[in-house]
Design a protein around this ligand. Sequence first.
Ligand SMILES: [Zn+2]
Length: 378
Amino acid sequence: MLFADVIGHEDLKKRLIQSVKDSRVSHAQLFLGPEGSGKMALALAYAQYINCTNRTDTDSCGQCPSCRKFMTLTHPDLHFVFPTATTKKVDKNPESDLFVTEWREYLEDCKGYADLSDWFARLDIENKQGIINVRDAATIMRKLSFKAYEGEYKVAVIWMAEKLNVQSANKLLKLIEEPPEKTLFILIAENQEELLNTIRSRCVMLKVPKLALDDVKNALTDRLGCDPQEAHDAAMLADGNWLLAQRYARDKEDEKLYANTFQKWMRYCFKGALPELIDFVANDLKPLGRERQKEFLEYGLNIFHNSLLFNNNMSDEVMLPTDEKAFTQNFAPFINAKNVTQICELFEESINQIERNANASIVFMDDSCKMSKLLRIK
Ligand SMILES: [Zn+2]
């Protein structure tokens, strides 16, 4: 991947390039930033740049044998570790190496903008939790103990480092502390709190912020051919998340689903009619599947947040498409200081429960009953 193919982040690119020019590449770096900000894309461009034999001041050449192999993710000195779980194909002892073909295909399809729920969906492990296994740590240790085959640096990209369990993290620590010569670890993570302290403290952190609105907007028009207004709306809604922006732009109809479903749900909650709610949960919410149920609840949290903006005369800051903005403006008076904390906690807890494989019908029925009461608090 070229730096030119990474959306935005011009300052970070300069910083990374400068570190190579100054020969002060830290051997363990943590790229920390929100979903869809482009951490993996930056990591791939950085790894390619370091090993390019004909790099310029601003990018790798894209032509040399090293670049070609990096671009097809087949360079023998580029290693990946990522969360996995058992699947139909690998029914025991999963580890990254057993999924390397699927992984390369996935990274090529998403053009380096990787996302955990998309990856799990690709592996068809939607209802299981993927982790980075201790077997992964052992394998990467073994691989890195060899000299670099062809490149200047051996690069190990550990994607979603918060999914390292304690055992695998401990095994990796030693390696990160005393890495073999010319080895670069790039750890990628989204949630600093979920990351083990021992790992975090041993890495140089590069904070990757969410993308700027204009960068997302321009990428949508340049890369996906969106018209400027559509690109603007999608970029607003995506709030710096390129994955969301693409999704919004590519499949507007589908994205409307969360809005429509949420509006319908809140209306049923207002009415408090149990039979309707039971039907709604069974027919509209349950079929979404776990990852989308979580996204749907996150959408709800966003509406509550925007309701507060309306209530505090900050409607200029509401980042929603016109029709959803109109709904939220009408809905806002029902969200107030007396119920907002409980409502948000309820949704956050539901996200946690769904993540832990709780029965979605029970979670959503419980939410429905509680919301019916909470929305009545004045
Ligand atoms: Zn090159």
